[in-house]
Design a protein around this ligand. Structure first.
Ligand code: NAP
Length: 246
């Protein structure tokens, strides 16, 4: 129970990678606040799984791309639980298509969820973490933020922004006892990849040296490690978890 007594917020935890992270933090003893935007049923399922895995789960519905929502959510959490130890910025969206087919509205939507959402939650929690001289932030990036992907230009750019944000904030906050890292997943078997056909998925798998798509748990366990004491000297890192893809 390396995270016993800790309070964690995982954004976008109604399914997929966010749900796996929430379960992993619960297994390590944390109480986990599950943020989501729409999928009430999925979020309730995540709470059920958190409770089955030794933690306690709480729901918090809302859109991370809204600055005022994130500020209110984090203020409420701190009021209710007296603290927030762990922030995992996982909520994200992707759009696959040619760069020239992408609209200005789609650009705004991707950047506002994937990058501004990370800014919003960090901006709301950092003062609190500094006052306690402790805290851990983990941002979920993507290998496309490291390498760039054809037909995912703005998604790649949003995750590239998350990577440099992570490195810079880590340097600024390290003297205050706060660690900031990112996990950069490869192709993970979640609803985000439901746009690909079976044939397209098979073609992707052929490019992965470990010959399989990742599972949410592959990411959850790395995030768990980054949140607990075993990683106390690690900050400002982008940890790639991709079965050797890149
Ligand atoms: P997913 O299955 O589509 O889940 C996305 C989660 O984000 C859902 O819980 C969704 O909740 C939530 N969400 C979306 N927009 C939101 C918003 N504006 N405010 C709050 N919550 C929001 O995707 P996933 O594969 O688990 O992806 C999780 C993270 O991993 C993302 O940041 C993604 O970019 C990253 N990633 C995924 C892969 C992959 O291959 N799957 C690879 C690299 C990186 P609602 O449905 O309730 O809105």
């Amino acid at each position: 129970m390396s995270l016993g007594g800790k309070i964690a917020l995982v954004t976008g935890a109604s399914r997929g990678i966010g749900r796996s992270i929430a379960i992993e933090l619960a297994k390590r003893g944390a109480n986990v606040i599950v943020n989501y935007k729409k999928d009430q049923e999925g979020a309730e399922k995540t709470i059920e799984l958190i409770n089955e895995n030794g933690g306690r789960g709480f729901l918090y519905k809302g859109d991370v791309s809204s600055y005022s929502f994130c500020k209110n959510m984090i203020e409420d959490i701190i009021k209710r639980f007296s603290k927030l130890d762990i922030l995992v910025n996982n909520a994200g969206i992707s759009k696959v298509g040619l760069f020239m087919d992408l609209t200005e509205e789609e650009f705004d939507e991707i950047m506002n969820v994937n990058f501004k959402g990370v800014f919003n939650c960090c901006h709301a929690v950092v003062e609190h973490m500094i006052s306690r001289k402790q805290g851990t932030i983990v941002n979920i990036s993507s290998i496309w933020g490291n390498a760039g992907a054809s037909c995912e230009v703005i998604y790649s750019a949003s995750k590239g922004a998350v990577n440099s944000f992570t490195k810079a904030l880590a340097k600024e906050l390290a003297p205050s006892g706060i660690r900031v890292n990112a996990v950069s997943p490869g192709v993970i078997d979640t609803q985000m990849n439901k746009c690909f056909s079976i044939e397209e998925k098979e073609a992707l798998i052929e490019e992965i040296p470990m010959m399989r798509m990742g599972q949410g748990e592959d990411i959850g366990e790395v995030v768990g490690f980054l949140c607990d004491e075993s990683s106390r000297y690690i900050t400002g890192q982008i940890i790639t978890v991709d079965g050797g893809f890149l």
